[in-house]
Design a protein around this ligand. Structure first.
Ligand code: CUA
Length: 155
């Protein structure tokens, strides 16, 4: 079978791109540790405010030396609305929603999750730069969606 040389070139370019993208994906997940936020566990969406740890949202020290930030999303606020976190320590964000689907995105970081009723979402992040970060809801959640914001203070 005779393969036209343009066909051949096209196949080679396609193959190189495919392998290149695969390596980029591997590098991002293994090398840089970027993962999709996982569905960590489920929760009764009617009982968020009485189910630990969401009955007492906020920042706490974990036994393994990490810091956990427990946050509830609800129409139209984050609880707590102001989160103080230490610099350079691994933070575990554990979030859920008490009503509809909300978003949990910390501006300028890769912390970007959905807050889903009935589901506990979890993601980790280490802040390398002190300062104030904007926490925004990026899922349309009703009339005052655009006002749903919080503050993350890293010090
Ligand atoms: Cu909550 Cu948009």
């Amino acid at each position: 079978m005779k393969v036209h040389r343009y066909d051949k070139a096209f196949l080679i370019v396609g193959g190189v791109l495919l392998v290149g993208c695969l390596f980029a994906l591997l590098y991002a997940s293994v090398g840089m540790g970027i993962h999709l936020p996982g569905r960590h566990a489920t929760i009764d969406p009617q009982a968020v405010h009485t189910t630990p740890p969401f009955d007492n949202p906020g920042v706490r020290q974990l036994p393994d030396g990490r810091v956990e930030a427990v946050v509830v999303g609800q129409i139209w606020s984050f609880v707590p609305a102001e989160i103080r976190l230490p610099l350079g320590k691994e933070i575990v964000f554990t979030v859920t929603s008490a009503d509809v689907i909300h978003g949990f995105h910390i501006d300028g970081t890769r912390v970007n999750m959905m807050m889903i009723p009935g589901q506990i979402s979890r993601n980790t992040y280490t802040f390398r730069r002190p300062g104030e970060y904007l926490l925004v809801c990026h899922e349309y959640c009703g009339a005052a969606h655009h006002t749903m914001a919080g503050k993350v203070i890293v010090e």
